[in-house]
Design a protein around this ligand. Sequence first.
Ligand SMILES: N[C@@H](CCC[C@H](N)C(=O)O)C(=O)O
Length: 257
Amino acid sequence: MEITFYKYQGTGNDFVMIDDRSESFEVTDLALISKLCDRKFGVGADGLILIRNHQDYDFEMIYFNADGSQSMCGNGARCAVAFSAFLGIVKDQTTFLAIDGKHEAVLENGLVQLLMGEVDGIESRQEDFFVNTGSPHHIRLVEKVSDYPVFAEGKSVRYDASYAPGGTNVNFVEPIAEDEIFVRTYERGVEDETLSCGTGVTAAALVYGKDQDAAEIKINTLGGKLSVKFNSKPEGGYSDIWLIGPAEQVFKGQIII
Ligand SMILES: N[C@@H](CCC[C@H](N)C(=O)O)C(=O)O
């Protein structure tokens, strides 16, 4: 059996992308998903995304981490929007469904702007913070993030008993300017540092800009630049949270099973 796949990357967060409007991909085959994402034995990717039809939305994005677990993926969603435009399912704007609910997106000037779900608030955890942006994110502000032991510290926080059993993603954030940060992320489900994490940089931007009414934070990651815009709600929490950045198709191939 052969499955046509495409490979997409969004600031270096990379995904195997499959047009599964026929619903022929076996979503319970987690061994296949993790094999396809394996960088030695498969295509290699941080995650795998299926695009399916949905009666109430332009499409549904079904996202799997490299280990087969599921959560919301911000960069993956931006890539899924670009892929859906490539397939002719959408044009320059869309409303689609992901695991955390409805999202809107706009394609403009080569960038995908993704409306994230509203965030209720930011939890303080001693010196650090926790935010759920569709996926769970621990945020730690650090100096000199380029020298920070992201893998070792990230893994330790990811498996901290206080986050059991689901665990958390872990982001290390260096302030660069009043409206700019550098973010490095240890991702659960990949169990490694990735070059960029969309839900993670969104959480980091909320923590960094939390005291501003309306903010736009520029984000640097190892894989490129993103930006996050949001409004602080007077009653608490955050709305109109937009994650903005590039999403690129890098190749096409056939998976042979
Ligand atoms: N890379 C993603 C986040 C993917 C989900 C995460 N690993 C989790 O399991 O929570 C992004 O761009 O948001």
